[in-house]
Design a protein around this ligand. Structure first.
Ligand code: UT7
Length: 330
């Protein structure tokens, strides 16, 4: 009988823009204040890609180059590039194709996944399936979003939250029991409109009215999303722990989507985890949508040990949510 193949993470990489948008600067744009933003969200600052000639594919390519460098391989060795984003450079071609060009991945194919804040988890499990099938050996999974391109900087309920970034991982086969062990993923379109960008798609193509009505910006019913996110992230994280016989002591790290520190705190409590086991960098980067989880993995990678049990969890537009259980492999 052939050995079971799992997909293990063998390298991580990231990119964050230099420009720091502070709470103090936001105070000059909308009626808000540093104390409100910090106490309600945990965010002090976020990064913004200011250069109008650069967008999501640029950030994703920088992260991809760092992944190649850290793994010590060339772009030609990559079989597939999966990119999670809701801010692609274009509707088409896919951001994955633009990254493929930038990193010279001459033997790769690639595609984008649209699942908002759960995008990275959906992309990760899709990439893992490609590895588990035995057909592919090196799959790059990138989460990248230039949120500043769809944020309305006159809307204080959303503009304080989001930032720009990209990060990702390389997946390779393993037969030693590490890598992605299990996952649970869900979506529910019942309340899709509570977190969406109303125009720019085929339902409301761009025209004078859609621009005047500011329909090309992200909109969110924060309070309802907050409630759903807190319930769903905790439920799905507990479910994956139970399914895999994990007690809170068995979990080395919890990597939640960085939307609001209060959601993260409530989720960790329900999982019985102390906050020192929770990766949290929302203070520095805000909510970077598809990039939050790999950005945490990148920042913490030096502290992770082979065999560490790690739970990833997300909730976002769609609604989409899920959790992934992996054993760190490097
Ligand atoms: O990543 C995708 C998933 N997204 C999320 O998970 C985000 C979930 N939602 C949230 O994180 C929170 O709901 C927010 C951070 C968006 C808002 O925090 P909140 O504690 O839910 O505030 P709220 O919407 O209940 O508003 C409370 C008050 C309101 O004033 P009134 O009606 O009580 O007078 C708002 O108008 O705070 C006001 N407010 C602000 N005040 C100062 C809203 N935004 C601001 C602001 N500065 N930026």
């Amino acid at each position: 009988m052939s050995e079971k193949i799992t997909a293990k993470i063998t390298a991580v990489g990231h990119y964050v823009p230099d420009y720091v948008l502070t709470n103090a600067e936001l105070e000059t744009l909308v009626e808000t204040n540093d104390e409100w933003i910090r106490s309600r969200t945990g965010i002090r600052e976020r990064r913004i890609l200011k250069d109008p000639a650069k967008a999501t594919a640029f950030m994703g390519s920088e992260a991809a180059k760092e992944i190649l460098k850290n793994r010590g391989i060339d772009g030609s060795e990559i079989d597939c590039i999966v990119v999670a984003t809701v801010t692609p450079d274009y509707f088409f071609p896919a951001t994955a194709c633009l990254i493929q060009r930038e990193i010279n991945a001459v033997n790769a194919y690639g595609f984008d996944i649209s699942a908002a804040c759960s995008g990275f988890l959906y992309a990760l499990t899709t990439g893992a399936s490609l590895i588990e099938s035995g057909r592919y050996k090196k799959v790059m999974v990138i989460g990248a979003d230039k949120m500043s391109s769809i944020v309305d900087y006159t809307d204080r309920t959303t503009c304080i939250i989001f930032g720009d970034a990209a990060a990702g991982v390389l997946l390779e086969p393993d037969t030693g029991g590490t890598g992605i062990i299990d996952y649970i993923q869900r979506c529910d379109g019942k309340d899709s409109e509570l977190l969406c960008m109303p125009a720019g798609g085929s339902l409301n193509p761009a025209n004078h009215e859609t621009v005047t009505d500011r329909l090309h910006f992200l909109r969110q019913d924060g309070r309802t999303v907050f409630k759903k996110a807190t319930e769903s992230m905790a439920d799905v994280s507990l479910e994956i722990m139970e399914k895999n016989g994990l007690e809170s002591d068995d979990v080395a790290w919890f990597v939640p989507h960085q939307a609001n520190f209060r959601i993260i705190d409530a989720t960790a409590r329900r999982m019985g985890l102390s906050i020192d086991k929770v990766m949290m960098n929302i203070e520095k980067f805000g909510n970077t949508t598809a990039a939050t989880i790999p950005l945490c993995l990148y920042e913490w990678s030096g502290r992770l040990k082979k065999g560490d049990n790690i739970i990833l969890a997300s909730f976002g537009g769609g609604f989409t949510w899920g959790s992934v259980y992996l054993k760190w492999a490097i």
